[in-house]
Design a protein around this ligand. Structure first.
Ligand SMILES: Cc1cc2nc3c(=O)[nH]c(=O)nc-3n(C[C@H](O)[C@H](O)[C@H](O)COP(=O)(O)OP(=O)(O)OC[C@H]3O[C@@H](n4cnc5c(N)ncnc54)[C@H](O)[C@@H]3O)c2cc1C
Length: 511
C-alpha cells in the first residue's frame, strides 16, 4: 500500500495533535474510531493501493469531477488495487460508521451526491482489466475499467460488446443504470449483456450475482438500479464477433428556423407511425448549441445520421434532410472506433475535459418527437442560452439510438423501466459556478426543468420518464426506476435486504 508522502505526514501530525478528535483536513473518523484505524487499514491493503488526503498533490487528479454542482464532499481518497482492498475499506468504513462512495469515471452528475458531506472516496480505477474467455463468448471486465479500454481490447481480438458511447466514462457507471450504447440496437442495453457479476456489499461480504443462484433477486435490481447495492468489482458480459468494421456519418447543420421541418422529417424517416422501428443499422442524434459564426441569432441544430456497415450513409436517409436546406451537410467514414469522435465524445472531446464547469442534465425519454413541442423548447432554449447570459455554452441532446435489441428484452426483467421509449433527450445546462453568485445553481435548475417540462408536456404523459444516469437529482424515485408500484416495492424490499442502512444511497437512492 502506498501512502502519499503528504498523507503520511498529515496523518502523523494530526494523530499526535488530535488523538481521537476530528480534524477538518484529515481523514474522517466515525464515532467508534480514531486515526489509528486508518493506519491499520493502510497495513491491510495490498502494496499497490494508494491513499490521498486533500493536501496531497495528487488530490485533484483523484477527486476532481466532471460536473460541479451537487458534488460529494470527501476527506480522503483511497484507491484499492484489488477486490480484497475494497472489502477491507468497506468493512472499516462500516465498523467506524464512515460514509463512502465509489468513484469511477467521475462523470456521475446527479445532485443527490451532495448528501455525501464527508467520508471516503473509494476510487476504483485500479480495478481495470479486460479478460476474454478462452471460448470467445464472454469477457470479464474489472469494475473500474474505462469504456475505451473495453472497446479497444475487444476490437484487437475481433470482438465487440455493448458499451457506453463516451470514451472517458467508465464501463460500469452507465451499465448500472441500464446503459445505452451504439450497439444496443443489436444486443440490448449494456447490462443486458451481463451473465454474472461480483459485488462487495455494505457489510464487506463479496457475492456473486447471476440470473440463478442464491442472489438472483439482486440480479434484477443491478441492471438499472445498480448504484444502490454495493461496489461491483467485476462483471462477465457476452461478446460478439465484429459484425461491421466500417461505419459512416452524415453531419447536417441547420439554423433554428428549420426546427419543425427537421423533427417532422426525423419522425417520418426514423420513427414512422406504421409501427416499423428505426432501422437497426441507423442511429440519429442531434445537438443544439450556440455557434455564433454560423448563426449569431440563436442555437444551431447539428443533426447526425450514423450508419454501420457502409462507407457512406444511404442517400435514402440523407436526401429528405438535405431537401430542408441545411447550412452544411458533411459525410465522414471510418470504423466503429471513430464514431465517438464524430459526435465529440472521444478522449479529446469537450465532455472529457474537467474544466470546473457545472453540467447538470434534465432528461426526459420520449416515444417520438412532438413537432410543436420541439418548436416551443427551441424558443425557450434560445432565450435561456442567449450570449449575454451564464448558460450560453449549454447543449441540448436528442439521442435516437436504434432500439430493437432493447425492445426485444422482457420489459419487466430488470430494474431499467424505459424500454418502450425511443428517444433520450436532455438539456445540459453548462455554466461556471460562481461562489459570489450561488443563486446561479438554482437558475440553472429552473431553466433545465422548464425545458424538460415542455418536452414532457408534448409527450402527453403525466409521468416523467428520466434516465437515472442523466438525472438532475430532484426527480421522484419513480421517475428514475418506473412508476409501477411493483417496481418500487421490489426495489425497496431489495434495498432493505441488501443495504438496510442505506450505505449506497448517494446516487439516486431507490428507497
Ligand atoms: C460525456 C458523457 C457521455 C455519456 N455517455 C453515456 C452513454 O453513452 N451511455 C450511457 O448510458 N450513459 C452515458 N453517460 C451517462 C453516464 O452513464 C453517467 O454519467 C455515469 O454515472 C458515469 O459513470 P462514471 O463511472 O463515469 O461516473 P462516477 O461518478 O465515477 O460513477 C457514478 C456512480 O456510479 C456508481 N458506480 C460507479 N462504478 C461503480 C461500481 N463499479 N460499483 C458500484 N457503483 C459504481 C457510484 O455510485 C458513482 O457515484 C454519459 C455521460 C457523459 C458525461
Amino acid at each position: 500500500m502506498r501512502w502519499s508522502t503528504i498523507a503520511v505526514a498529515a496523518l502523523a501530525t494530526v494523530a499526535q495533535a488530535h488523538p481521537g478528535h476530528h480534524h477538518p483536513s484529515g481523514p474522517p473518523k466515525g464515532p467508534a474510531c480514531d486515526w489509528t484505524d486508518f493506519w491499520k487499514l493502510g497495513n491491510q491493503l495490498s502494496k499497490d493501493a494508494e491513499i490521498y488526503l486533500p493536501e496531497s498533490t495528487e488530490w485533484t487528479s483523484v477527486s476532481q469531477r466532471w460536473s460541479n454542482v451537487g458534488t460529494p464532499t470527501v476527506n480522503i481518497t483511497i484507491l484499492p488495487a484489488n477486490e480484497n482492498d475494497v472489502v477491507e475499506i468497506v468493512k472499516m468504513a462500516q465498523r467506524c460508521d464512515i460514509p463512502f462512495l465509489a468513484y469511477n469515471g467521475v462523470h456521475g452528475a446527479i445532485t443527490t451526491l451532495k448528501d455525501m458531506t464527508w467520508g471516503i472516496a473509494i476510487n476504483i480505477r485500479k480495478l481495470s482489466s479486460v479478460n476474454i474467455a478462452p471460448n470467445g463468448q464472454t469477457v470479464t471486465i474489472g469494475g473500474g475499467t474505462n469504456s475505451k479500454v473495453v472497446i479497444d481490447t475487444l476490437w484487437a481480438a475481433g470482438k465487440q460488446t455493448v458499451t457506453g458511447t463516451c470514451e472517458c466514462v467508465s464501463y460500469m457507471g452507465p451499465a448500472l443504470g441500464g446503459g445505452h450504447g451504439w450497439l444496443q440496437g443489436h444486443h440490448g442495453l449494456i447490462s443486458d449483456q451481463w451473465t454474472s457479476l461480483r459485488i462487495v456489499l455494505a457489510d464487506g461480504s463479496v457475492k456473486t450475482v447471476s440470473p440463478t443462484g442464491p442472489h438472483s433477486d439482486l440480479w434484477w435490481a443491478m441492471r438499472g438500479a445498480g448504484h444502490n447495492f454495493g461496489i461491483v468489482t467485476q462483471v462477465t458480459a457476452k461478446i460478439y464477433p465484429i459484425q461491421h468494421t466500417n461505419w459512416a456519418i452524415q453531419t447536417l447543420m441547420f439554423t433554428g428556423d428549420k426546427v419543425q421541418q427537421l423533427y417532422q422529417t426525423a419522425n417520418d424517416v426514423f420513427l414512422p407511425t406504421n409501427g416499423s422501428a428505426q432501422p437497426v443499422d441507423i442511429i440519429n442524434w442531434s445537438y443544439w448549441m450556440n455557434v455564433p459564426p454560423v448563426d449569431p441569432t440563436g442555437p444551431v441544430m447539428e443533426f447526425y445520421i450514423i450508419q454501420e456497415g457502409v462507407t457512406a450513409v444511404d442517400p435514402a436517409y440523407v436526401a429528405p434532410f438535405e431537401a430542408l436546406g441545411p447550412v452544411a451537410s458533411t459525410p465522414n467514414t471510418g470504423t466503429y472506433r471513430d464514431v465517438s469522435a464524430w459526435v465529440g465524445i472521444n478522449m479529446d472531446g469537450p465532455p472529457c475535459q474537467k474544466t470546473g464547469a457545472a453540467n447538470p442534465r434534465f432528461p426526459v425519454y420520449l416515444e417520438r418527437y412532438n413537432v410543436t413541442a420541439q418548436q416551443q423548447v427551441y424558443d425557450a432554449f434560445k432565450a435561456i442560452t442567449n450570449s449575454s447570459g451564464p448558460f450560453a455554452n449549454s447543449l441540448f441532446l436528442f439521442e435516437g439510438y436504434s432500439m430493437q435489441g432493447v425492445h426485444a428484452q422482457n420489459a419487466s426483467g430488470s430494474a431499467f423501466a424505459w424500454r418502450e421509449d425511443n428517444l433520450l433527450t436532455a438539456p445540459l445546462i453548462t455554466y461556471m459556478p460562481d461562489p459570489a453568485n450561488p443563486v446561479l445553481h438554482e437558475q440553472a435548475r429552473l431553466a433545465g426543468d422548464q425545458l424538460r417540462q415542455i418536452l414532457k408536456g408534448g409527450s402527453g404523459r403525466s409521468e416523467l420518464h428520466a434516465y437515472v444516469n442523466y438525472a438532475y437529482g430532484d426527480e421522484q424515485v419513480g421517475d428514475w426506476y418506473g412508476h409501477d408500484s411493483w417496481r418500487l416495492t421490489r426495489l425497496a424490499n431489495l434495498k432493505n435486504k441488501y443495504d438496510p442502512e442505506g450505505r449506497f444511497s448517494f446516487y439516486a437512492p431507490a428507497a
